[in-house]
Design a protein around this ligand. Structure first.
Ligand SMILES: Nc1ncnc2c1ncn2[C@@H]1O[C@H](COP(=O)(O)OP(=O)(O)OP(=O)(O)O)[C@@H](O)[C@H]1O
Length: 542
């Protein structure tokens, strides 16, 4: 074998791609490179074989075209020619059988692309007065870019070349035109019309997915071709009228009536008929489908939204109803509140005095909280002081019993301004003393008889006498009977303390009362009680 090529061949074939009548085709690669090629091995045992190979190679070398398989290199061996070709992915025959195996049909776009490529290849050869001579699916190669190319130039001859009527010279019988079966003469002329018949059969096969000429021998095949009726087939396969008319022109039994490749290319009929399903229309159809799907989805969403709106409307109505109900409740409650406020106001017709507490000093060791509560007070455990709300006394006439005040004093809250009156119904007047005490001296005066508070500034009224700081300073006031109401009036504007007995002002009073004082009360005997009748700020009445 000549060493003209650095291709890896012979026993280093990567794989066998196919086997033809005149040789085999293998995949090869260049040493040290990733490039792969197809190598057609065309053996020769005679000069005739050798010439036939040379003829094929010469045609290939002459006609390079994008729809003709590319020739890379030719190596001439001792017994074979090694024709290195561009590697294609498969033949159309392989592709058709793949599609058949899947039980599907080749789509129109692919059919159009393939037959257009084949027509372009044929048109190229025909324009150079060549006849391809063996148009059939296994001679059409599909490149890795999807482009269809004419391979196997073994059958290519010039127009009008005489051939003997045998399949070895005249291509493959299934693809012969009817004219090639006519018996007689020395053979047939290779014709471009014959190429167009075979081309028509390929178009028909790709569109219907079926081979329409069958038979295993020349007689059967001739009979199949003879009985072939293109119109019948088109109707059977539900072809459109335009496709039918195209196929009628290609598969006319009269070769003169067949469309030439040039006419077909010029007319653009292939595109207008098969190209109905061009990528653009396909694209638009897909767009249409997609848009329809989107519309469906949107309608579903719209439906869902409508349902949601209905639900929200119902919820809104419920909420509005609840709001209305609550509003009427609010109105009712507001009305009731107003009534209660007015009622409370009526009940407390007089505003509570600012300083309204009476404070009793307690001895927590001897007195219990319960005792205090019994008479309407509360215990402040921290200071051991009992606080009475004078309103309580005023309304209910509660009694301050000796239980809590015997030997101890009872005090009001601190008073710094205004005019205040404390009225007491005395259980036993002689046992009761009352007056005011300097607030700062409260601690010293917590227990015991106020009369005897050493050092305390006590201003006291008792059984007709007036005392100041433990000293009697006047007498002549009325000595009240038991159960009479005695009132002491503290005027912090004048700093005076005046005594009333049953509403009658007494002649002797106290002056120079200090700034901060508390009312003070002392019940001297056990088991008697005094009752606070009222304890009010009376400035407003003055
Ligand atoms: N360049 C190539 N790339 C890939 N595969 C190829 C290539 N050339 C041919 N083949 C494969 O090899 C097979 C044989 O091709 P070849 O041209 O030798 O014979 P054929 O045309 O199928 O038969 P015949 O020679 O009888 O017409 C083809 O059908 C194809 O599958």
């Amino acid at each position: 074998m000549p060493s003209r090529s650095d291709l890896v061949i012979s026993d280093k074939f990567i794989r066998t791609l196919g086997q033809g009548r005149f040789g085999s085709v293998h995949e090869v690669s260049k040493a040290g490179s990733d490039e792969h090629f197809a190598m057609k091995v065309l053996p020769f045992t005679s000069e005739a074989d050798f010439n036939k190979n040379e003829h094929e190679i010469a045609k290939l070398q002459k006609y390079q075209h994008s729809n003709v398989v590319g020739l890379v290199e030719v190596i001439e061996g001792d017994a074979a020619h090694y024709v290195v070709l561009e590697l294609c992915s498969c033949s159309l025959a392989d592709r058709v059988s793949e599609v058949r195996k899947l039980g599907t049909m080749m789509d129109r776009v692919t059919v159009f692309r393939i037959v257009s490529d084949v027509l372009a290849g044929l048109g190229f050869l025909h324009s150079r007065n060549e006849v391809y001579g063996d148009v059939k699916p296994s001679n059409i190669l599909i490149g890795f870019d999807g482009r269809a190319k004419l391979g196997d130039f073994g059958g290519v001859v010039g127009v009008g070349t005489q051939k003997t009527s045998n399949s070895a010279e005249c291509g493959t019988m299934q693809f012969w035109g009817p004219e090639m079966f006519v018996v007689g003469g020395n053979g047939v002329l290779g014709s471009q019309a014959g190429d167009m018949w075979a081309f028509g059969l390929i178009v028909l096969e790709l569109l219907t997915g079926e081979s329409w000429i069958c038979g295993t021998n020349a007689v059967e095949i001739a009979s199949s071709v003879g009985g072939f009726d293109v119109v019948c087939v088109c109707r059977q396969a539900s072809m459109s009228s335009s496709v039918e008319s195209l196929l009628c022109f290609l598969l006319s039994k009269n070769p003169q009536e067949r469309l030439s490749s040039a006419e077909l290319i010029r007319s653009g009929r292939l595109r207008s008929i098969l190209g109905e399903e061009t990528p653009l229309s396909q694209f638009i159809r897909e767009e249409l489908d997609c848009t329809k799907r989107t519309v469906d989805q949107l309608q579903t969403q719209l439906c869902e939204r409508d349902n949601t709106i209905d639900r929200l409307k119902r919820e809104k109505e419920q909420i509005q109803h609840t709001i209305a109900k609550q509003a009427s409740t609010i109105a009712e409650l507001t009305k009731k509140l107003g009534e209660f406020v007015a009622m409370e106001k009526r009940l407390n017709d007089k505003p509570s005095p600012t300083h309204s507490k009476v404070v009793a000093v307690e001895n927590p060791k001897t007195e219990t909280a319960k005792d205090v509560e019994r008479i309407g007070g509360s215990v402040d455990p921290e200071n051991a002081i009992t606080v009475w709300d004078p309103r309580h006394f005023r309304k209910q006439g509660r009694r301050i019993t000796s239980l809590v005040t015997t030997s101890k004093s009872c005090f009001s809250d601190k008073i710094t301004r205004g005019v205040w009156r404390l009225s007491i119904r005395c259980g036993t007047y002689s046992a009761t003393r009352f007056g005011v005490i300097d607030s700062s001296q409260l601690e010293q005066s917590k227990t015991g008889d106020l009369l005897n508070q050493p050092g305390a500034s006590v201003f006291l009224l008792n059984v007709g006498y007036v005392y100041q700081n433990g000293t009697k300073i006047a007498n002549g006031n009325q000595i009240p009977k038991d159960n009479t109401v005695v009132t002491i009036e503290l005027d912090m504007n004048r700093h005076t303390l005046v005594l009333f007995v049953d509403g009658q002002r007494q002649p002797h009073s106290l002056a120079n009362i200090p700034q901060n004082v508390r009312f003070a009360l002392f019940i001297g005997h056990k088991d008697i009680y005094d009752e606070i009748v009222s304890f009010d700020e009376v400035s407003a009445r003055k």
